[in-house]
Design a protein around this ligand. Structure first.
Ligand code: PLP
Length: 399
């Protein structure tokens, strides 16, 4: 049975602790933790009267704005190549359902890819990420893993990449992305490039999309949840390479969500057109996230832990093997509920929550037991978490 997603379940557990007056430092949920930009809120409010169902693929102004968004990132796009959905998560599920074959995932990778594959009756072929990186399979291991999977009777057909990555926070470099794309093409794989953290790349312009290398084989997904901090609005878009696949995706969408919420689409069209207030908000948010991630990265390295270098987004994925050894030599092991000592990252995450009131996610949530722990670096760690403190921080940041 598929249980509730680890990220959502841990978030709910932490909210329940907080509701009972237990203070928890919440580093477990993939949310930007920024307020809504007033201009974006105004765009939504102005569209409240749009109460009709709309076209399944999205309203024309949103599809045109999303095409412009991709154009500006070096991916020439026609509005007809865009399909919008209620978040990129359901879009990813629908894409996995219309693309044939089993799913190849980097280990570790975002919680929902493997769960969605399993909901669709697809097998997962796990391929470790390159040492010290994330979001893509190690090119040296990918080809042999595909051959071995076929020998076991699997049919690898879809490769999912995350650029920049969740959970590692790393951004795969151009030569690695190129090498992975070449192998994907050689083996006839379609690539889903999840670029939801693209605008939070710590060096703007540092993301090389597979759509630039193997355009006919790549679907790109993104959404409003991260750089513009609108996760609860539920709006994602994808850019498809050809009309037949687009038609199949629209077919699935039409039977599941009909259309994304119309007023949110109007506001999303405003966001994706990237007028100056949106650009300023995204740049300020990036400045904050980069500052908090870098400060935490230095602390992690100073503590002697290994950690992929952060390249974008708001995550770190340290390997706390040393801390695990220390903890299991103290009374902490009891707090972790494991009399024999801490067994892995899952025990350590439990210990951090129960004893130290710090919520993080273990690598097992990302297919990667027993190594890493994922920390979402909330900007509130440095700047406070009232809306007023967040605005003060956003206004003072030097992007
Ligand atoms: N992809 C990745 C890598 C994510 O981290 C998330 C959210 O945490 C999503 C997709 C889903 O985003 P949404 O459905 O809010 O667009």
């Amino acid at each position: 049975m598929l249980t509730q997603s680890a990220t959502l379940a841990t978030n709910e557990r932490i909210q329940a602790l907080r509701a009972n007056g237990v203070p928890v430092t919440h580093l477990a949920f993939g949310e930007a933790g920024l307020p809504v930009a007033p201009e974006i809120a105004a765009a939504l409010a102005a569209a409240a009267g749009r109460n009709s169902y709309g076209p399944t693929a999205g309203i024309p102004e949103l599809r045109a704005a999303a095409a412009g968004y991709f154009d500006r990132r070096g991916l020439p796009t026609a509005p007809g190549q865009i399909v919008a959905g209620p978040g990129s998560k359901p879009l990813l599920h629908a894409l996995l359902s219309v693309l044939p074959g089993d799913v190849v995932l980097p280990r570790p990778s975002w919680v929902s890819y493997a769960a969605q594959a399993s909901l669709l009756g697809k097998e997962v072929v796990w391929v470790p990420v390159p040492e010290g990186s994330g979001g893509v399979p190690d090119p040296a291991l990918l080809g042999p893993a595909l051959v071995a999977a076929r020998a076991r009777g699997l049919r690898p057909g879809i490769l999912v990449l995350t650029l920049p990555d969740n959970p590692t926070g790393a951004l795969a470099g151009a030569s690695t992305v190129r090498a992975v794309c070449e192998i994907a093409a050689e083996h006839g794989l379609m690539v889903i490039s999840d670029e939801i953290y693209r605008d939070l790349a710590h060096e703007p312009g540092s993301v090389l999309s597979p759509a630039e290398i193997i355009p006919e084989r790549t679907v790109v997904t993104t959404g409003l949840s991260k750089a513009t901090a609108l996760g609860g609005w539920r709006l994602g878009v994808c850019r498809l390479p050809e009309a037949e696949l687009t038609a199949r995706l629209i077919g699935v969408a039409s039977e599941i969500w009909s259309n994304p919420t119309t007023p949110v689409q109007v506001a999303a069209a405003y966001v994706l057109a990237e007028p100056e207030p949106v650009r300023a908000f995204v740049a300020a948010g990036l400045g904050l996230h980069r500052a908090v991630v870098r400060a935490a990265y230095e602390t992690v390295l100073a503590a002697g832990a290994g950690c992929p270098a952060p390249g974008g987004g708001f995550y770190l994925y340290p390997d706390l093997e040393a801390a695990r050894g220390n903890a299991s030599s103290r009374a902490d092991r009891d707090a972790a509920g494991s009399g024999a000592g801490l067994g892995g990252a899952a025990d350590l995450a439990e210990l951090l929550l129960e004893r130290y009131r710090i919520g993080v996610l273990p690598g097992s949530a990302f297919g990667d037991d027993p190594r890493g722990l994922r920390f979402r670096l909330a900007t509130s760690l440095l700047y406070g978490d009232t809306d007023e403190q967040r605005w003060t921080a956003l206004r003072s940041t030097d992007p």
